[in-house]
Design a protein around this ligand. Structure first.
Ligand SMILES: Nc1ncnc2c1ncn2[C@@H]1O[C@H](COP(=O)(O)OP(=O)(O)OP(=O)(O)O)[C@@H](O)[C@H]1O
Ligand SMILES: [Mg+2]
Length: 364
């Protein structure tokens, strides 16, 4: 089953003075893996609880397929939710934890047996079915929590930071497993995280949130490649996108970005898709993979090496130029040292431009 599509229409949720969710509209296509991404307190869990029906919106509506489910109780929504803290029943065996929802639905015994076994097989926890949660590692408990949700064959799968209690290595492994599971089952999945890397590796679509609002919604490629403002630009990507503050000059030959010790001839306003308007102060945004070290010419500027950060496959080189910091990515064998004078070379067409006042993207 490919799962159901969801549509949130102008959802509001207020707690006292806090607007936890503020006019949120979102289309979640059937069978896709959608991530709600944003810093702590931006309204991710509230949104998930509203989708699950565990909380009621103050305004707006939620549709599943064609059906308005805004007032439908949680157990009639055909969804399953996995919480950050697992919330397993400690006095029950793993088998009984997974079987719990099916027993509530009064499924026949043989069916429960086979569905629990099948789910346990998918998650590689068949050998743990007789144990209690207290006798399992964190990763194993997380699998049981996933199994308890999966066994119900939900139309929508909701996951709230399910891996945050796991160590880095296990988190990466569970991430891959969840991606495999999603490919196998094809259930519409809504995943909540504040970890941009997790969001990028898992998702078909990423909804970037801030202060209860949706800032940008699109594929990993879109939000990473064309961030709509400086917030999204610097939230996604590691290392963070470098920003140089400066101004734009318009010449007959084209648009030039200037900042202390930096002059970048970007091409015509048309070719870079510069929006109409006055931009007195702008920021040029550069991703490390678009900056290398080389010979002057084209889009380049001279800088001084301030710090080296080798990560094995590459080395990130922190450069100092006219008071700004720009990170370049170079092959690990490149001979550079702190203090060297070098030339930073930027890939054509890879300069992001933002209006410093509104922080919005002003190029295509
Ligand atoms: N039951 C509640 N009563 C009062 N305020 C709440 C309640 N639940 C959430 N909030 C507030 O609403 C805002 C959004 O909270 P929410 O839990 O949705 O954030 P989140 O994005 O999931 O954060 P985190 O990453 O820390 O889990 C926060 O400011 C939070 O303090
Ligand atoms: Mg949360």
């Amino acid at each position: 089953m490919a799962g159901m599509s969801l549509r949130l229409e102008s959802i509001y949720r207020r707690y006292g003075k806090v607007m936890a969710v503020n006019d949120l509209s979102l289309e979640l296509p059937a069978g896709k893996f959608i991530t709600l991404l944003g810093p702590s307190g931006c309204g991710k869990t509230t949104t998930l609880n509203l989708i699950a029906g565990l909380d009621q919106a103050d305004g707006g509506s939620i549709h599943m397929g064609e059906r308005d489910i805004t007032r439908v109780p949680p157990n009639e929504r055909g969804m399953a939710i996995v919480f950050q803290n697992y919330a397993l029943y400690p006095h029950m065996s793993v088998f009984d934890n997974i079987a719990f929802g099916l027993r509530l639905q009064r499924r026949p015994k043989p069916e429960i047996q086979s569905r629990v076994r099948h789910t346990a097989e998918l998650l590689a926890i068949e050998h743990l079915l007789d144990r209690r949660p207290g006798q399992l590692s964190g990763g194993q408990q997380q699998r049981v929590a996933l199994g308890r949700a999966m066994v119900k064959k939900p139309a929508v799968f909701l996951l709230d930071e399910p891996f945050s209690n796991l160590d880095a290595a296990l988190r990466a492994r569970m991430r891959t497993e969840v991606k495999h599971l999603h490919q196998t089952l094809g259930t519409t999945s809504v995943f909540v995280t504040h970890d941009q890397e997790e969001a990028m590796t898992l998702s078909d679509l990423i909804a970037v949130m801030r202060d209860g609002k949706l800032v940008q919604y699109g594929t990993q490629h879109e939000v990473y490649g064309k961030p709509r403002d400086m917030y999204v630009a610097t939230f996604l990507g590691k290392p963070r996108m470098s920003l140089i503050e400066g101004s734009l000059e318009r010449h007959a030959a084209g648009v030039v970005f200037t900042a202390p010790d930096v002059r970048l001839e970007l091409g015509t306003a048309e070719s870079i898709g510069l929006r109409d308007g006055e931009w007195p102060r702008v920021a040029a945004g550069l991703r490390a993979e678009d900056v290398s070290l080389g010979a002057p010419g084209g889009l380049s500027f001279d800088a001084q090496v301030a710090l080296l950060e080798p990560i094995g496959s590459d080395t990130f080189v922190e450069l100092e130029v006219g008071g700004a910091t720009v990170v370049a990515r170079v092959p690990p064998e490149d001979p550079v040292a702190v203090g060297d004078r070098v030339t930073a070379v930027i890939k054509p067409g890879r300069v992001h431009l933002f209006d410093l006042d509104s922080t919005e993207r002003i190029v295509r």
